[in-house]
Design a protein around this ligand. Structure first.
Ligand code: NAG
Ligand code: NAG
Ligand code: NAG
Ligand code: NAG
Ligand code: NAG
Length: 654
């Protein structure tokens, strides 16, 4: 993307009463959510730097980088503002660690210049201040799975505290009732400790360059009956973004859980029937999802965030096989119009838009949003859930390294589909996949089936005693997967210990695999792996169209496509009434603006216009129930609910 900074001038705020109420709400939120973090964490550090007037160390006191951007530069307190391999990083709490990066990465952290994007994670990734070249630069990414949308197999100990909980909804309910153990603050404690600054530094040092960060709708708000910890993850998300900027990582914000559940899985927040684009609340729930996408986009499209949060994924894994592709096409079309309406079109105007393949073949999405500006598709290839296959992984593969049939199977299964999707659709990423070839490990299938009966689980679970052949086989499989998928985000960076103090889903942790030697220390080793295995798929050697990568500032979607994918869609599953009779929301709620951190050390110019809402022309209110309408339960509606006419008031069905 190009880097037109501060090009936007803000129009005077004219959102009227709604804005005032919204602002008041935000101010309160700000105090409640942000001050504890930014005052306890940031203020002491800054006071420290301004109190200590003497220059220590030998570096220049002037925070300019000279010719070599990676050269350490010191601030007045002796604290470094940037550094490369071997430098000392001082964290917000004053403690330090040594930055290790063997790939010429360097970090930047200047309180006077909090949006500095000079950092670079390694020599083969453009610094954040430099355009990402889609199709040229390769995504070597990991997910921060289980951080803001909790999953039993990723943080098992938390779920083991409340054995009755099968998903975050039930977990939150159980915690809230358990004030003795701190109630819902246990979730915040998890946000605060599960992923640390060292993790982000290690991700950069592992040769990686992107993170995909799943987040739930409760980062914005919850409605009555929704048990999730509300509006707390956002400030921790911004802390992750701050660290990503510091270490030079790009971020994909992934809306992983929407009201009503988009797939019914536990990792959608609630194990339940699907009520997103399905059932009597299917349209209403989707309208809330559209609103949350709008609120997130208004924030991340601000010039200060554009170069770090470079992509947004609309909804993770909506179950297209059940919902049908047509209603999803309508949803994506509406989301595209809302998002690009906020950001404008072309490089420098808001994030890349990623759509999930909905757990269907990538080719199902051919023709989606034709001519659209920066739209990509995300596939999640896993063998782990594909049934029992006991093929050994420690026997030699075609390239004489261990791996058995697995590496070549990854190349042959995923290589052609990802390559073809790049030709047919455009930018295509593998947003999730793991090193597991089976569903062994604790809670991989959720808490209801805590352990798999796969016959090889004893062998795969005992990671502490894997021999070198086993590790070589796993590494061969994972490098083949990297090569076949191309632009990838491994699922996931970290697995926490179970109540027994052990990591019990080892092949899902990039960090553990790096430490133990089944993940390559340099992910570029994967390039050419499929060829070395004799896998003969045709790689994508073409180029993307200008619109696909932001090079067409007048990219538009054909009017007939828009007309044939209307919002709301013409039909959805599991309803007993005409779709136009289903409950909808009015647009009368005050707009929620996501809070912005306080930057006390920075000049006002650095934070100019930073208020969480980039486009003041966008003044429509948020969704609210109309008093005169009946709304069934958002997750478990009465299946017999059959309205005999449209709800009479307040609807702009357009
Ligand atoms: C990186 O720093 C570590 C610790 O200071 C040092 O041992 C190592 O040799 C350095 N590596 C490179 C490539 O400079
Ligand atoms: C981008 O950052 C590099 C250091 O990585 C610096 O040398 C360069 O001047 C910066 N470019 C811009 C356009 O800010
Ligand atoms: C390595 O471990 C595997 C799986 O436990 C085992 O089957 C194999 O015989 C071992 N190989 C060596 C060389 O020890
Ligand atoms: C807001 O609307 C005005 C009038 O239509 C237009 O000139 C301006 O460019 C718009 N601003 C943004 C940020 O979209
Ligand atoms: C029933 C259900 O939704 N199970 C899912 C729970 O989440 C794990 C991953 O955390 C999935 O693998 C299961 O399919």
């Amino acid at each position: 993307m190009d880097n037109q900074r501060g090009a936007k001038t803000k129009k005077p705020v004219n959102r009227g009463v709604i804005a005032l109420i919204g602002a008041a709400l935000v101010a309160v939120l700000f105090l409640v959510i942000f001050l504890p973090i930014y005052f306890t964490v940031i203020r002491p550090r800054e006071q420290q730097s301004s109190n200590e007037g003497s220059v220590s160390g030998s570096g220049p006191a002037n925070p300019s980088s000279g010719d070599d951007p990676s050269k350490p530069v010191e601030t007045v307190s002796g604290r470094l503002l940037r550094g490369s391999n071997g430098s000392t990083v001082t964290k917000d709490d004053g403690s330090t660690f040594i930055y290790r990066n063997e790939f010429d990465g360097f970090w930047v952290d200047d309180p006077q210049d909090p949006f500095n994007n000079d950092a670079q994670p390694n020599s083969w990734t453009p610094a954040l201040n430099t355009s990402w070249k889609w199709g040229v630069d390769r995504i070597y990414g990991v997910n921060l799975g289980g951080l803001f949308v909790l999953e039993p197999f990723i943080s098992p100990e938390i779920f083991q505290r409340y054995p009755e909980a099968n998903d975050e909804f039930m977990l939150s309910e159980a915690m809230a009732a358990d004030t003795a153990r701190g109630g819902l603050s246990q979730i915040e404690e998890h946000y605060n400790t599960f992923i640390t600054e060292e993790d982000i530094a290690e991700i950069a040092a592992a040769g990686l360059n992107w993170i995909r960060v799943p987040i739930g709708f409760w980062a914005v708000e919850t409605w009555p009956g929704e048990t999730f910890l509300v509006r707390t993850s956002w400030s921790y998300f911004l802390r992750v973004v701050k660290w990503a900027r510091k270490y030079g990582l790009r971020v994909c914000l992934d809306l992983h859980a929407v009201p009503g559940s988009q797939n019914g899985y536990n990792h959608s927040g609630r194990l339940s029937p699907i009520n997103f684009l399905a059932g009597p609340m299917g349209i209403a729930n989707a309208e809330r999802a559209l609103y949350y996408l709008r609120v997130f986009t208004q924030f991340i499209a601000q010039p200060q965030y554009l170069d770090v949060i470079q992509a947004i994924e609309l909804v993770n894994e909506p179950l297209a096989g059940e919902l049908g592709v047509e209603p999803l096409n309508s949803f994506y079309t509406r989301a595209y119009e809302i998002l690009r309406g906020i950001t404008g079109v072309g490089n420098g105007n808001g994030p890349f838009i990623i759509i999930s393949d909905g757990l269907q073949a990538l080719s199902s999405w051919e023709g989606l949003l034709p001519g659209g500006d920066r739209v990509g598709v995300d596939g999640h290839p896993y063998f782990a859930f594909g049934g029992v296959n006991v093929a050994p992984i420690f026997t030699p593969a075609e390239d004489n390294l261990a791996g058995g049939t697995w590496p070549r199977q990854a190349c042959n299964t995923w290589g052609p589909t990802f390559a073809q999707s790049r030709g047919i659709f455009g930018v295509t990423v593998g947003g999730e996949f793991s090193a597991a070839v089976n569903d062994c490990g604790l809670f991989i299938r959720g808490t209801l089936n805590p352990r798999s009966f796969h016959p090889q689980c004893p062998e795969y679970d005992a990671w502490e005693t894997y021999n070198d052949t086993m590790k070589e086989g796993l590494q061969s499989f994972i490098t083949a997967s990297f090569d076949a998928i191309g632009d990838f985000f491994f699922w996931t960076w970290k697995i926490g210990p179970s109540i027994d103090g052990r990591i019990e889903a080892p092949l899902w942790s990039y960090k553990l695999g790096l430490e133990q030697g089944w993940i390559p220390r340099d992910p570029r080793e994967s390039v050419g792996k499929c060829e070395r295995l004799g896998a003969t798929f045709e790689p994508f050697r073409g180029t993307f169209t200008p619109a696909q990568t932001g090079g067409d500032p007048s990219a538009t979607i054909a009017p007939d496509y828009l007309a044939s994918n209307p919002w709301p869609p013409t039909s959805i599953i599991n309803i007993n009434a005409p779709i136009e009779f289903l409950p909808r929301y009015t647009n009368t709620a005050p707009i929620i603006t996501l809070p912005v951190p306080i930057y006390t050390g920075a000049p006002a110019s650095a934070t100019e216009g930073l208020d969480g809402w980039v486009n003041d022309n966008d003044t429509e209110g948020g969704p609210a129930e109309a008093a005169e309408c009946t709304y069934p339960d958002r997750y478990t509606p009465d299946p017999a609910f059959a309205p005999i006419g449209p709800c009479p008031v307040g609807f702009e069905v357009a």
